[in-house]
Every structure is written in structure tokens, then in C-alpha cells.
Design a binder for this molecule. Structure first.
Ligand SMILES: Cc1cc2nc3c(=O)[nH]c(=O)nc-3n(C[C@H](O)[C@H](O)[C@H](O)COP(=O)(O)OP(=O)(O)OC[C@H]3O[C@@H](n4cnc5c(N)ncnc54)[C@H](O)[C@@H]3O)c2cc1C
Length: 669
């Protein structure tokens, strides 16, 4: 015989403003099975939980309904209370009378009536609840980090420092990401390579880190604590373990006119090349598409000249498999290429700024390469078109960001800061040069950031012009910018030698496919979504998969590193456990009635339905049935709702419980 207790929470004013909580408790007390009902200001507080504990003991309750906020918020809290009171935690239900009721109603009678209805449905359900036991699954104590920028490097080093194995997968031939392309970094102007390179080397030398560069994740299956990952190791055509890094092959390669990606196309590289001098690993690879041997079957210079026979034209991609317990996604960003095609298919346009048309209109990363001592000009600021020193540079903010007319509302977060940095570096390097920054407003909210921008204005005399440039065109060897100075309220025209566009930060190409493979959501710009913007900023909704860095949204280096360490700490919390507890509210198939129609298999979004063979003792196949992998099932109930023969039940949400809820709701008050 059920003895149910109902506890109605005021949630301060959140619920009590539009719900008469005392009346809800009074009505609840009259419901079938309810032996005790009470309202209280904060049920989740210590005294609130004490009330529940005391009532369980004094009234010998068998089950509990807490009418409060969303179960997302406090189901765990109240199930814990029930458990401490000696009940099975799954004999406790939470009726959501806040998000579903008080927050959407304005009058007390309306809100109160609805709250009573909601409580009645949960009372009907809890009466049919069965005790459930949590599912225990083992944990593979290894982590995979996808992306070897500063986010991935930090996360990998943190996890490895705690003694766990890390598999770091980077799709480029070297780790380092965009930070390796930067010259100096705001707000301290310290050399980017000097702070990054030691960490890259540490990754390569760490005994707990297995580094796969020039590799991509091909398939992921399994679930938290037990992922199985297939990684494609693309052929470099140079044997890593044999190469002695003498550099002869890159010096002698005759295919020399290939735009150098690392320097953003500002100079050329050879077909066999090391991405950049500090690359980790520092091993060349052959770019097949531009290699004469692969394209024409001729040449072979690199193979002939290699003193250790490391070049191997027959090398093929390899697929390796790894067992992984937790995954950190750190796939970073790309700058929106307004001259070419946006790989994410988000935008088109901004041709008015002349990028791709005029060699001296460049983007922020190209400017970084020009300013970098290891860049194509050895750190001297020179015009790409003729190598002359530009006497005037215009820097344009918000190109492709914060443009609601084109549906791009997000702020790229770092541009105000790096433009101030660029203008400062320019004024330091080109004496007598004049830098103009065209901006909408300045966002410099980080620690010491506003001081940095002020320094650009006050000490380095960078000229800030508030306004948008609407047109960029050529006049002789100058670039003319036309627009409006919105502070002075008048049109403006400026002749510049070079233009730097702060183009939008967009997610890495291909992240959508990866997200679908991992079962994690992304927003309309394809930035990966965190589980909760405030309380779970590094977790995804898929257990065991975490986010770090710019894949989740544009960020500077300090925020990226902080988030990466946050993700690593979540990984460590998971890997430090010998077993994981999973919700027992998963689907179960009745094998005697299953007709193997596979509708459940088709609809399951988590690939949790397996096709199981039933065999007799001699091994003859009797029939096929659906089987639920309890590790993968997330309890969404789609299979149960779809099953044609009614053979699938969801623990905690069986047909009887759902029908009882509907009937309770349909009762006339
Ligand atoms: C012009 C400019 C100047 C900047 N200056 C500064 C500055 O002065 N100070 C500052 O704090 N910040 C600065 N930043 C921001 C800084 O670049 C970022 O904060 C930082 O690089 C983010 O690191 P990340 O690891 O998240 O991403 P990334 O650096 O983009 O690294 C991501 C890595 O993941 C890899 N990857 C992508 N997809 C896959 C995949 N599917 N599989 C495997 N690997 C994959 C990529 O190849 C890359 O190596 C600047 C940015 C720009 C554009």
C-alpha cells in the first residue's frame, strides 16, 4: 500500500508569486495514496530537506513527490534526500510547478489550479513507481583530445600530469594551432612562439601522451567511460621513425611555388615540407596534390637525396583503434575567408572590402605573419604587392561579425584587442607610420585589456575612427576607404597603403560532421554547444565529452587555457572512478514478443539498439530480436513509443505509469 508524501516548494517568490502553495498542499493531501502534504519556502535548503527526511520516518512514507522547480535543477538533490531517508531514490518524483507553471502564468487562481493538476499526475505516477538500481559501467582510464591547438595542448598536459594516458589527435602535420602563427600576444605583448613552443615539445616528450598528427577521427562508438575510436593516420610519405630531420629533401625539392598555408599564402613552400620551423613533430610530409612525382610520375629528388631512405611513395593511410574513457573536443577556429568560400557555408559577401582582389587587403592572421620574426618578411611590415613599407594602414573591425542584416549576430570577441595590438606593433615597427582603426564600439573586458587599448590610443597615438567603411577601392597604388565617421556624423575618405580586416572567427571546417559523429549539438553558427551556459560550460549533453577553446565560441588565449584546464578537471573526475553510475531509466525489450521489425533500431538517436540473435542449444538461429545496450541508452523513450508490438518499456516510464498520468490530468477538478 503506497504511503505518499507531497512537499510543495515556494522557491522564494518564484513559485509563490503565482501559485498558492498552501492550497496545493491542502489539495494534494486529499489525493489517493497521499498521507502527508506540506508547503515550505525552500525545499532544496537544508531545513527543507530535513522536513522531508523527518516526514519519511514519522509517516512511514513509501514514496515522495516534491513540487518545485525543474528536475534538471534538483532531481538529484531530492532523490538524494529520499535515499538518505531510506527510500529507493527512484521512488521520488519531482513535479515541475515553476518552469511549467508559475513562470508562465500571471494570476494566482490559474497558476494554483495548474500546479494542483501537475502534482496529481506525479502522484498517480509515483504510486506505480518501482525501485530501480543504478547501472554500473567500468571506465577506460584514457582520454582522447581532438585538436592540438593551445586548448588541446593544455587539456592533454593537464590530464597526463595526473598520470592518465592521453591520445592527442591533430589533423594538421604539427600541433600548435593558430597560436603558433601569432607574433606577440595581447595584453602583455609576449612572443607567442616563446610561450607555446615549450608546451608543444612537452607534449611530444610526455610519456603519457600518444600524439597522432596529420590524423583525423573517423568513427566513434560506445558511451561514457567506454568509447571506441577509429583514427585515420594520413600518409606523410616520410617514415617518422626513420627521418633524421636533416632538411635535405625540403632544400632540394624542385616544386617550390606552392602557397605556404602557415604564412597564410604570403610566401611559398616546397611540395615536401615541414609546416614551420618549430613544428612538432619536426618531420616533413609530401603534399601529394603539388608533388611532381605523384602528379606526373617524374622527379623523385627527395627519395634520391634522403640519406636514410625515409621517403616512401608507397605509404598508405592507416586506421588505428583506441579505447577511450573521455573525450575533449578542441578543434578551434578559422577566420572567415571573405575572398573565398566560407567552409561552413554560413556567409557570402563582403566583396566590398576588396579581399582577394587587392593583394594589400589582408586579414588579421596575415598581419600576424608579417609582424612575426619567423614570418615571410622576418618581422618587417611590408606590402604584399610590392614589398614596400606601408606609411598608412587602416584596420577594420567587425568584418563578418555583429552584422544582423546578414544574420551574423555574434561578436568575435578577440578582434578589438588584436587590432589594438596590430596598430601598436605597426607604429613600433614603421616609424612615422599612421594606423587608423575603424570600429563600432570597443570591447576590451578582460583583465588589463582596457588599459592595453588606452595605451594604443594615448601612447602609440593610434587613430580610432568610430564608423563603418562601406567601400574599398584602388587609386593608383593606394587603397581608398570610404565610409562614415559616426561620431562626427560626416562622410570620411582615407587613402591607405594597406588594409587589415578583422574577419569573423568561425568554427573549424568539418566540425559539424565531427559533432554528429560524437552526438553533440552545435549552434546555428556551428560552434559546439555546452550543456549549460553558466553551470556546465565545459560539458556537452553527451556524458564523457567535453569542450575546450574556440570550438565552443571565439576566445582569447587566457580564456582558452582556463577552459581547457576546466575540461581536463572534468576528465580527471571521471577517470579517477573505477565504475560509473548511470541512470537506470533505460529501455528494455521483451524478447518473447519482439517481432524484429527494427523500427526501434531506425529511430534510436544513440545507436543503443542492437540486433541480437536467439539460438537454441545446438546453435541454430531461432529468431532475431532487438536488444538495448544499457550503456548507450539515454532513456529518451523513442523506441518504446515506436515499438509496433508493444515489446519495449522504459524503466520508470512504463505504459501503465504514462496512462495513469494522462488519466489524472484528464480528471475534472
Ligand atoms: C589575428 C588574431 C590574433 C590573435 N591574437 C591574440 C593575442 O594576441 N592574444 C590572445 O590571447 N589571443 C589572440 N588570438 C586568439 C587565439 O588565436 C585563440 O585564442 C587560440 O588560438 C585558440 O586556441 P584553440 O586551441 O581553441 O584553437 P586553434 O588554435 O584553432 O587550434 C585548433 C586545432 O585543432 C585542429 N583541428 C581542427 N579540427 C580538427 C579535427 N577535426 N581533428 C583534429 N584536429 C582538428 C586544428 O588543426 C588546430 O590545430 C588571436 C586570434 C587572431 C585571429
Amino acid at each position: 500500500m503506497a504511503r505518499i508524501g507531497v512537499f510543495v516548494c515556494h522557491c522564494g517568490e518564484n513559485i509563490a508569486r503565482t501559485v498558492n502553495c498552501a492550497k496545493v498542499a491542502e489539495e494534494a493531501a486529499k489525493m489517493p495514496g497521499v498521507v502527508y502534504a506540506l508547503d515550505y519556502k525552500y525545499m532544496c535548503s537544508d531545513p527543507g530537506q530535513e522536513i522531508i527526511l523527518k516526514a519519511i520516518k514519522e509517516h512511514r512514507l513509501t514514496s515522495v513527490v516534491v513540487a518545485a522547480c525543474s528536475p534538471h535543477m534538483h532531481e538529484k538533490t531530492f532523490r538524494g534526500t529520499a535515499s538518505r531517508g531510506g527510500l529507493n531514490p527512484y521512488m521520488c518524483e519531482q513535479a515541475n510547478i515553476r518552469e511549467h507553471c508559475s513562470w508562465v502564468h500571471e494570476s494566482i487562481p490559474e497558476g494554483t489550479d495548474k500546479a494542483i493538476d501537475i502534482v496529481r499526475t506525479l502522484v498517480a505516477k509515483v504510486m506505480r513507481d518501482q525501485p530501480l538500481d543504478v547501472i554500473k559501467v567500468p571506465v577506460t582510464k584514457r582520454c582522447m583530445v581532438i585538436g592540438g591547438g593551445i586548448a588541446g595542448i593544455q587539456a592533454a598536459l593537464d590530464v597526463a600530469a595526473a598520470g592518465y594516458e592521453v591520445v592527442l589527435v591533430e589533423r594538421q602535420a604539427s600541433i600548435g594551432g593558430h597560436m603558433s602563427q601569432l607574433s606577440e600576444t595581447f595584453p602583455t605583448l609576449d612572443c607567442s612562439q616563446c610561450i607555446l613552443t615549450p608546451r608543444m615539445v612537452e607534449v611530444a616528450q610526455h610519456p603519457k601522451i600518444k600524439l597522432y598528427t596529420f590524423s583525423e577521427v573517423e568513427a566513434v562508438s560506445g558511451y561514457v567511460g567506454n568509447f571506441k575510436v577509429k583514427i585515420r593516420r594520413k600518409a606523410r610519405y616520410v617514415k617518422e621513425e626513420v627521418c633524421i630531420r636533416c632538411g635535405l629533401c625540403t632544400q632540394k625539392c624542385p616544386a617550390k611555388k606552392i602557397p605556404n598555408e602557415f604564412n597564410c599564402g604570403l610566401d611559398n613552400r616546397t611540395a615536401i615540407h615541414v609546416p614551420f620551423p618549430q613544428a612538432v613533430p619536426n618531420i616533413p610530409r609530401i603534399d601529394r596534390e603539388n608533388c611532381t612525382w605523384f602528379q606526373k610520375g617524374k622527379c623523385g629528388v627527395c627519395k634520391k637525396i634522403c640519406p636514410v631512405n625515409a621517403v616512401d611513395y608507397e605509404m598508405e593511410d592507416k586506421i588505428v583503434e583506441e579505447d577511450i574513457g573521455a573525450i575533449v573536443v578542441a578543434t578551434g577556429y578559422e577566420l572567415y575567408d571573405i575572398a573565398g568560400n566560407d567552409p561552413n557555408g554560413l556567409y557570402s559577401g563582403y566583396g566590398e572590402y576588396g579581399k582577394g582582389k587587392y593583394a594589400d587587403v589582408i586579414d588579421g592572421l596575415q598581419f600576424e605573419r608579417l609582424a612575426s620574426a619567423s614570418g615571410p618578411t622576418g618581422g618587417e611590415i611590408r606590402r604584399p604587392s610590392d614589398g614596400k613599407e606601408p606609411k598608412t594602414i587602416a584596420f577594420l573591425a567587425c568584418i563578418g561579425s555583429r552584422d544582423n542584416q546578414k544574420g551574423i549576430s555574434f561578436c568575435s570577441n578577440i578582434c578589438c584587442m588584436y587590432l589594438a595590438k596590430h596598430a601598436m606593433l605597426y607604429e613600433h615597427k614603421v616609424h612615422g607610420g599612421k594606423g587608423y582603426i575603424f570600429y563600432m564600439d570597443i570591447r576590451s573586458g578582460g583583465k588589463s585589456y582596457d588599459e592595453f587599448v588606452r595605451r594604443a590610443v594615448e601612447e602609440d597615438h593610434v587613430c580610432y575612427v568610430r564608423g563603418r567603411v562601406s567601400k574599398v577601392y584602388k587609386r593608383g597604388d593606394k587603397i581608398v576607404l570610404r565610409g562614415t565617421d559616426t561620431l562626427l556624423g560626416r562622410p570620411i575618405e582615407l587613402e591607405a597603403d594597406m588594409v587589415v580586416l578583422a574577419t569573423a572567427v568561425t568554427p573549424s571546417p568539418g566540425v559539424e560532421k565531427l559533432a554528429q559523429m560524437l552526438g553533440i549539438p552545435y549552434d546555428k553558427y556551428k560552434f559546439l554547444s555546452e550543456a549549460h551556459p553558466k553551470l556546465r560550460p565545459v560539458e556537452t549533453v553527451t556524458a564523457g565529452i567535453y569542450l575546450a577553446g574556440c570550438c565552443q565560441g571565439p576566445k582569447d588565449i587566457p580564456l582558452t587555457v582556463a577552459q581547457a584546464s576546466g575540461a581536463a578537471s572534468k576528465v580527471l573526475a571521471l577517470l579517477s572512478r573505477s565504475e560509473l553510475e548511470r541512470e537506470p531509466t533505460v529501455a528494455k525489450v521483451d524478447e518473447t514478443t519482439c517481432v524484429a521489425c527494427w523500427c526501434c533500431y531506425e529511430v534510436c538517436p544513440y545507436n543503443a539498439i542492437e540486433k541480437k540473435e536467439i539460438r537454441d542449444r545446438k546453435g541454430n538461429l531461432i529468431k532475431m530480436v532487438a536488444n538495448v545496450n544499457r550503456g548507450l541508452c539515454q532513456g529518451c523513450g523513442l523506441c518504446a513509443a515506436t515499438c509496433r508490438s508493444g515489446s519495449i518499456d522504459l524503466a520508470g516510464f512504463n505504459d501503465e505509469q504514462l496512462m495513469a498520468e494522462i488519466e489524472a490530468l484528464a480528471q475534472v477538478r
